[in-house]
Design a protein around this ligand. Sequence first.
Ligand SMILES: *[C@@H]1O[C@H](CO)[C@@H](O)[C@H](O)[C@H]1NC(C)=O
Ligand SMILES: *[C@@H]1O[C@H](CO)[C@@H](O)[C@H](O)[C@H]1NC(C)=O
Ligand SMILES: *[C@@H]1O[C@H](CO)[C@@H](O)[C@H](O)[C@H]1NC(C)=O
Ligand SMILES: *[C@@H]1O[C@H](CO)[C@@H](O)[C@H](O)[C@H]1NC(C)=O
Ligand SMILES: *[C@@H]1O[C@H](CO)[C@@H](O)[C@H](O)[C@H]1NC(C)=O
Length: 168
Amino acid sequence: MRGQLIISDAVVFKFTNVVCGSYNQSWFVFHNYRLRAVSRNKVLLNINGTVLHPANNISIHVRIFKKANGYKPWLVDIYVDGCQYILKRNQPVLNIVYGLFKQFSNINHSCPYVGPQIIKDFYLRPELLRLPMPTGDYLLALQWYFDKKLQFDTNISFTFVEDLMKSK
Ligand SMILES: *[C@@H]1O[C@H](CO)[C@@H](O)[C@H](O)[C@H]1NC(C)=O
Ligand SMILES: *[C@@H]1O[C@H](CO)[C@@H](O)[C@H](O)[C@H]1NC(C)=O
Ligand SMILES: *[C@@H]1O[C@H](CO)[C@@H](O)[C@H](O)[C@H]1NC(C)=O
Ligand SMILES: *[C@@H]1O[C@H](CO)[C@@H](O)[C@H](O)[C@H]1NC(C)=O
Ligand SMILES: *[C@@H]1O[C@H](CO)[C@@H](O)[C@H](O)[C@H]1NC(C)=O
């Protein structure tokens, strides 16, 4: 039992950076976004923004990059219809991301989106990442389109250290 605890402690899965930006301050504003380390391997992500007019037509450009002499595209580069997705949960990659953060956010509802959009004290839990992922530094870049026009970015970097003792 103690061995298992040590093994799972060996996994690192934590945020390393967050950069957000609005392209249209009359539709989406960020009040703040920040990381706060509470221990060596646990970093909390907080994002506070406001949608100023109801958004009914949302598309998300989801990309993952992996660091190797700069960030290189890594497997995922998709557009997702946000209003359809939240009803159907029919996108496997997004399901992983959504499963990790849904309990820390108020965006768990159907369209339209308007008013405060909050992510509070979100931290990554390796046990929920059911995906073989090589050790490395990653960037999850989400670009949010309303009515097909780019409104804002949420770029989140994280580090993942593979649990070698669990893999074959
Ligand atoms: C987010 O990342 C993408 C991809 O690297 C980049 O094009 C975009 O400028 C970034 N946005 C911000 C606000 O830094
Ligand atoms: C910016 O937001 C306003 C207000 O919601 C909207 O009418 C306008 O189309 C948006 N412009 C762009 C370029 O997204
Ligand atoms: C988000 O920012 C707004 C504007 O600064 C503030 O009024 C609100 O209390 C903040 N919400 C949270 C949950 O921090
Ligand atoms: C919001 O989350 C709860 C609990 O995870 C779930 O039961 C509910 O169906 C979700 N609502 C929507 C609109 O996705
Ligand atoms: C979203 O808005 C764009 C641009 O206005 C439009 O072409 C498209 O049909 C809309 N999509 C939906 C699902 O309403």
